[in-house]
Design a protein around this ligand. Structure first.
Ligand code: SAM
Length: 377
């Protein structure tokens, strides 16, 4: 066994030479950042609700999330730690004793756990191996009004379009391997979650989303109501991309897919259905930024950097332009990103960076306007 210190807790996990789904109990130190962001997000959400909240750690592994939420998030009065692996259940119990907390521990398949605790949790955390897709129907059925659904996906090669068929199979959505494919992946996951919720007359709004390391993570506010759900899925649409000139745009609804690129006339390709609405909530992220300093996080600097990046992106249109890719298409060298951003701003366009790629910029300018600005640099 090895001892791990994360946030304000200490746990013990079996010493396994490498991080693997075959380890007796799964614990990945690289996900500490993901968990740190989660602690801050849950604290802000708890404050939004007020009072005491109940949290479900559906795929608990070592119990680290449930235990951290109990110890580090004020107002978490109840946590449930579930895992299908009997050794994990043992580990969760031992780690709870070490940290003097008492989550309710269970050993169920996640879908059964969620179904049998219908409407019980203020927060449902879904952190499975690979895809969350098979569990999202149960999560959507179980989620109560005014709750938070936090979802991790590590099947990024499917969501980003390295492989198309698995994405169609799992998410009923077509990915596209573009320079902003990680954002498309986040939007496919958000759209898929929203459609699952809509089936149960529940609406999704995305509070925070990030693509980091080998995974994607979404924080979704769930509200009940058929009318709200109808309104929510108006954010479902498609991304259209021109591989010839790199122009991209989005359309809402289930529109016809064949489209001529307005810039160069080539036929554009479509990704979706996916979420074309906002994937960052300015207010929520702003409050998270204020909360980071109240927590003891080993990755606080990285969390702040991510959150500031996401805040910058709030309200910007879907997709971004990788200026290096655009310049490479134009057969020229790339000027400093700041100069391109200043040029676009001077021409009256909105512009921001993206946390997904250091060479990407988000803007409401089209590829033609970007090319014009580049021509002057
Ligand atoms: N949340 C943990 C953390 O932050 O360290 C990591 C969870 S690990 C990625 C996925 C866990 O899901 C494993 O512990 C595995 O035993 C468990 N698991 C796999 N299939 C499951 C299922 N159908 N229902 C419940 N748990 C499952």
């Amino acid at each position: 066994m090895i001892t791990v210190n994360e946030g304000s807790v200490t746990i013990r996990v079996p010493d396994f030479s490498k991080v693997s789904a075959r380890a007796p109990v799964f614990y990945n130190p690289a996900m500490e950042f993901n968990r740190d962001v989660s602690v801050v997000a849950l604290q802000v959400f708890q404050r939004l609700l007020g009072g005491e909240i109940s949290v479900a750690d559906t795929f608990s592994g070592s119990g680290i999330r449930a235990i951290r939420y109990l110890v580090e998030v004020e107002g978490v009065s109840e946590a449930f730690a579930n895992d299908i692996n009997p050794l994990a259940v043992e580990c969760i119990k031992n780690n709870s004793v070490i940290n003097s907390v008492s989550p309710e521990v269970s050993r169920e398949d996640a879908s059964i756990f969620l179904r049998s605790n219908h409407g019980r949790f203020d927060v449902i955390d879904i952190d499975p191996f690979g895809t969350p897709a098979p569990f999202m129907d149960s999560a959507a059925a179980s989620a109560r009004n005014n709750s938070l659904l936090a979802v991790t996906a590590t099947d990024t090669s499917s969501l980003c379009g390295t492989y198309i068929k698995p994405c169609l199979r799992k998410y009923s959505s077509r990915p596209l391997k573009t320079e902003y494919c990680h954002e498309t992946g986040l939007r496919i996951l958000a759209g898929f979650t929203a459609m699952n919720l809509a089936r149960y007359r529940k609406a999704a709004s995305v509070l925070l989303s990030h693509s980091s390391q080998h995974y994607m993570r979404l924080y979704i506010h769930v509200r009940r109501g058929a009318r709200r759900a109808d309104e929510s899925i108006r954010n479902i649409g498609f991304m259209l991309h021109c591989f010839r000139c790199l122009h991209h745009e989005h359309v809402k609804g289930f529109a016809p897919l064949k489209r001529e690129c307005p810039h160069c006339g080539a036929e554009m390709e479509a990704a979706g259905p996916l979420w074309v609405g906002d994937i960052q909530d300015r207010k929520f992220i702003g409050e998270m930024i204020g909360e980071v300093e109240n927590k003891e996080l080993n990755t606080a600097g990285d969390v702040l950097k991510l959150l500031k990046g996401c805040l910058d992106e709030a309200g910007m249109p879907p997709g971004f332009y990788d200026i290096h890719e655009v310049c490479s298409k134009l057969g020229r060298s790339a000027p400093p990103l700041r100069d391109v951003m200043d040029g676009l701003e001077a021409a009256g366009f909105r512009v921001s960076r993206t946390h997904i790629r250091p060479t990407g910029i988000r803007t409401d300018a089209g590829i033609g306007e970007i090319e014009e600005v580049l021509a002057g640099l």
